[in-house]
Design a binder for this molecule. Structure first.
Ligand SMILES: [Zn+2]
Length: 527
């Protein structure tokens, strides 16, 4: 493929429109960091004119040293009744302080007349003026032609005239949007070619939605027709049925169409980025997702698994490692052995392929996974499990018991949590402490630290950075299991641990104990 293609991520703007998607301010920063490292060229942060959280993100993003990506602020063209200099939305866009602003313009006759309620000429004029004004303020301007494809098939001349006016006034990329997501690949290809014929010098982008299940196919059709800029979201998150899924588009375009979007090393992080963003959005990763899903390269017993063992390509369309995934052979002894050995090597732990301890680790991992554990986002817990199998059983402390109470006195929901813990230290000394906290887990954490900090002062710097709870589908609602992920930091490094139980407090305590033990192990092995 000749053309150079740019990636534009809108997970934090369009993706966050998904009903279940919610990113905290902290999560947004982590998404930005992950996308930047992954090699995304442009990150749309949101609409500063209508969303204070977006404005805050742009403020905070200024302090991040982005290596690849540029932040883009998003907003509309000027209001029909206001002049560009006085327009509140354009002001907010400028205030975001980004090098690039992306504005959306009505590029459909119906939308201009019925929704914006301006004359067709006025809509073209206000689009051109908005682009020209932002350009004059020193911005690079990307133009999203909202409802472009529906507009094109209704009145192609009008839809093209909006793009033409934007291009003439200095828009850098013209993005064709299938805002309702109902168009088909052949239609997208036809319209994209028509735009390129009319404006051969203009870089054309595609922004597709997935309402007809064609979000990825439509993006690919546009690229085949000559588009050089792809917009989408990680995991296809977005309003209704979602946006075009970058997690599928990127490996498809890179591995099957020969365009270099990210480096090979970055592509090998794809599965990690997908799962991380899912985790931050508090969504379950979809096992059946192409490329990154847990089952994307899973072969269940019998002939397929046997064939894959003999010749990997027999039932796999790409090498899973190129996208950071791995082959799973379900219900087989060798399941995951290679990747587990790889993981051990990453931790600096030597596991011999056929040693008893390796079989032991494999068995434990499998048993725990069937109980609901998930080590994908909990490296520290996995490392501890390997270390224990290797005989590193130095006990830093033993939790003998704990009790936690939650009390509310005024009935309006304000509550107080208090925990007591009993801990035995290696010298046999028993420590009994009590502490309060914002919630039961916080109270237990505080009580544990109080018990241990005298002996292990390094714990003073540790704090919990994130806490995520997921209810796992159980056979019955009452026995549903809870999985808790905890992310901890000591200011220098971060580590993730996991706990599972039918009881949310017990699951949290498991993850908490792993977190503390991991820090103590790390410190002890450094000195
Ligand atoms: Zn959209």
């Amino acid at each position: 493929m000749k053309q150079k293609i740019e990636l534009y991520d809108t997970t934090l703007r369009d993706g966050a429109q998904g009903r279940q998607i919610k990113f905290s301010a902290e999560d947004q920063i982590r998404v930005v960091r992950a996308l930047d490292e992954f090699g995304i060229a442009y990150i749309e942060g949101g609409q500063p004119g209508s969303n204070p959280k977006a404005a805050e993100l742009f403020e905070r993003a200024k302090d991040i040293n982005l290596k690849h990506a540029k932040m883009c602020a998003f907003g509309s063209t000027r209001h029909p009744k206001s002049a560009v200099e006085d327009d509140a939305n354009l002001k907010a866009l400028l205030a975001a302080g980004t090098e690039i602003v992306t504005i959306f313009a009505k590029s459909s006759r119906v939308q201009a007349k019925e929704i914006l309620r301006v004359s067709l000429d006025e809509n073209v004029k206000l689009t051109g003026e908005s682009v020209a004004y932002l350009k004059a303020q020193g911005k690079r301007v990307f133009l999203d032609g909202e409802h472009f494809f529906d507009g094109f098939f209704d009145d192609s001349e009008y839809a093209l005239s909006v793009l033409e006016e934007s291009w003439r006034n200095g828009a850098e990329v013209l993005i064709l949007c299938d805002t309702n997501g109902g168009r088909l690949p052949s239609e997208i290809a036809h319209a994209t070619r028509a735009v390129i014929e009319r404006l051969p010098k203009a870089p054309i982008g595609i922004h597709a939605h997935n309402d007809a299940g064609c979000g990825v196919a439509n993006s690919i059709a546009a690229v085949e027709a000559g588009a050089v800029h792809i917009q989408g979201t990680i995991n296809g998150y977005g309003e209704r049925t979602g946006n075009a899924n970058l997690t599928t588009i990127i490996p498809t375009v890179q591995l099957k169409m020969g365009a270099k979007l990210v480096s090979d090393k970055q592509l090998a992080k794809l599965t990690h980025v997908s799962h991380l963003v899912a985790e931050l959005a508090n969504m379950n990763p979809r096992d059946s997702d192409p490329y990154v899903g847990r089952d994307a390269f899973t072969h269940k017993g019998g002939m397929h698994a046997d064939a894959v063992n003999k010749l990997k390509s027999s039932y796999e369309h790409i090498e899973p490692e190129t996208v950071g995934n791995r082959t799973h052979i379900a219900v087989s002894e060798v399941s995951g052995r290679s990747s587990l050995l790889q993981k051990a090597a990453d931790f600096g732990i030597t596991l011999e392929r056929d040693a008893a301890e390796t079989r032991d680790v494999l068995k434990r991992v499998k048993d725990m996974e069937s109980e609901g554990y998930e080590f994908e986002g909990a490296d520290a817990s996995l490392e501890l499990l390997m270390l224990r199998a290797k005989g590193h059983d130095k006990k830093f402390f033993t939790l003998l018991g704990y009790r936690v109470s939650v009390e509310t006195s005024d009935g309006n929901g304000d509550s107080k949590s208090e925990a007591t813990v009993k801990v035995e230290l290696p010298d046999g000394q028993c420590v009994h402490t009590a502490a309060e906290g914002a919630g039961p887990v916080d109270a237990i954490n505080n009580a544990l630290r109080k018990a241990l900090e005298g002996k292990y002062p390094e714990l003073e710097k540790v704090h919990l950075e994130d806490y995520k709870v997921r209810i796992l589908d159980g056979q019955s609602a009452t026995s549903a299991k809870t999985r808790v992920f905890i992310e901890s930091t000591d200011g220098d490094t971060e580590w993730d641990t996991v706990g599972v139980s039918e009881n949310i407090i017990a699951a949290s305590v498991h993850a908490l104990l792993d977190s503390i033990e991991y820090k103590l192990y790390r410190t002890a092995n450094k000195t």
